[in-house]
Design a protein around this ligand. Structure first.
Ligand code: SF4
Length: 479
């Protein structure tokens, strides 16, 4: 007997199944690293159902039915920027009517509002202001920390993209020699970055947000955000942050002039950087698993254009796949949530690591690339799912609801994401709608969104520790 579904025209779900994905499924079930060619197939297959299903499998292996959110507040300290990136509608020049720079009275007032709303985190980024002195930034961090304490609370300061960190090294005159070729320039650059991050950490900086990565590709860089730091410098800032014990996050701004392969290379460069960070923490990985061969071979391939890399990774760190069944996550080791697994690794808590990848769709409205269409909903879903599958050593994948919309973030929870970010009061950087306006949801709305998607909402702090809350008062759950 023919069922009604079978008699209907058009493809059914079963005919969309792509048998070419079986080999990828087998790798994922074993917890093995996917190759860039696997990533190509995940991007081009019509079987998006299986791509999302696989991402969900990995996401549930890592986080079960938990969906994370946080209570936070954004503070954009200034929109004045020396650069003019083509995709940016946030920046202003100093004499523009919309230009602003916040003073410390303003900052203290924002902290009071944050504490009053029960926030655990202040997220602060801004443009590359050509005139502010370095002390403005250490004051900004210490003012947030001190005022929160004065109000009887605490605020984690997650602040400054890698682009801003390098700008601060320049204005502090600690970037001398960084443009020298080869190892000499690299050493000078890292020294300057280390000085800046150490000063900021001493002032109270808790972690780096992960913006400014865009797409790690020199062609895209030169066409869309020339003047910004290149991938090797962005990765260096995060490497130094990890070395001095700061956790960081990473972004991928996609859907503009880049190719999908360039997204994959970006992702691969991030996972190599995370291999290094996890090795510093004491994770043991598999040498043989890296499919691209030795460092020398990779440089050769890069030079020949085979991988499409503009700059091959220096890393020969062992491959660590946190998505392998039974592998403990760094935060669980650090905070003791999985004591039975603690014996397998001796983590160094003085080292930091990448916590989460945040895929950010490009929004054309109001910027120089306005003529581009921007990514579709399915492309957003697929990119996030692929990020989950390829970034096997990143603990978390965030569906940033401000840029994805809350309904889409709900769907993404079912397709690879485990975090939808926070209550986010005032988000001035580009978001859905294309303008800088008040963006906020309350905790009840975030929790409802998670529950509707079939997950158990868990409030986290900036380091992914569960929060125990009594109204505006909160503490970190003892593990
Ligand atoms: S993206 Fe950042 S660096 Fe580029 S113009 Fe905008 S604020 Fe400036």
């Amino acid at each position: 007997m023919t069922t009604m579904l079978e008699s209907m025209p058009g493809p059914t779900r079963s005919t969309r199944r792509d048998p070419r994905l079986d080999a990828i499924r087998a790798k994922i079930e074993r917890g093995e690293r996917l190759t860039l060619d696997d990533g190509d197939l995940l991007f081009t297959t019509r079987d998006i159902w299986s791509v999302c299903e696989l991402a969900d499998l990995v996401r549930r292996r890592l986080h079960g039915d938990v969906a994370f959110y946080n209570i936070n507040r954004h503070l954009n300290y200034s929109n004045v920027c020396a650069l003019s990136c083509k995709f940016c509608e946030f920046y202003a020049k100093a004499n523009d009517a919309k230009a602003y720079t916040r003073d410390m009275d303003y900052v203290r007032e924002e902290v009071r509002k944050a504490v009053d709303s029960g926030a655990t985190e202040m997220h602060s980024v801004g443009g590359l202001h050509p005139q502010l002195p370095f002390t403005y930034y250490t004051d900004l961090v210490s003012t947030i920390r001190d005022e929160a304490k004065k109000q009887g609370s605490d605020l984690h300061v997650k602040a400054f993209t890698a682009v801003e960190v390098v700008h601060l090294a320049r204005i502090a005159k600690m970037y001398k020699g960084a443009s020298a070729p080869g190892e000499e320039g690299r050493a000078a650059r890292r020294e300057g970055i280390r000085w800046v991050l150490t000063e900021l950490k001493n002032a109270g900086l808790g972690s780096l947000p992960g913006g400014g990565a865009e797409v790690f590709d020199d062609r895209v860089h030169d066409e869309a955000y020339k003047g910004k730091i290149r991938s090797d410098v962005w990765l260096d800032v995060h490497r130094v942050a990890h070395e001095i014990g700061l956790n960081t996050n990473a972004t991928l701004l996609y859907g503009h002039i880049e190719q999908r392969r360039e997204r994959l290379v970006h992702i691969d460069m991030l996972r190599r950087a995370q291999d290094e960070a996890l090795a510093r923490m004491g994770y043991e990985g598999a040498k043989a698993q890296r499919h691209e061969g030795t460092k020398a071979q990779r440089h050769e391939e890069a030079d020949s254009g085979h991988l499409g890399y503009q700059s091959a990774s220096e890393s020969d760190a062992p491959v660590v796949t946190l998505t392998k069944p039974g592998t403990p996550l760094p935060e669980h080791l650090a905070f003791g949530a999985t004591p039975s697994l603690r014996h397998s690794v001796t983590p160094s808590l003085s080292s930091g690591y990448y916590q989460t990848i945040i895929p950010l769709p490009f929004f054309p409205d109001g910027c120089e690339l306005e003529h581009l269409p921007g990514p579709t909903g399915l492309e957003n879903l697929r990119t996030l799912a692929i990020a989950r599958l390829m970034l096997d050593n990143f603990p978390h994948v965030k569906a940033f609801w401000i840029m994805q919309t809350l309904p889409m973030a709900q769907l993404m929870l079912q397709n690879g994401a485990d975090d939808i970010d926070g209550t986010v009061v005032w988000y001035d950087i580009t978001h859905v709608g294309g303008s800088s306006t008040h963006q906020e949801v309350n905790v009840g709305t975030l929790q409802k969104a998670c529950r509707e998607a079939g997950f158990r909402p868990v409030e986290r702090d900036s380091l992914y520790r569960p929060v125990v809350r009594d109204g505006k008062k909160w503490t970190i759950a003892s593990q």
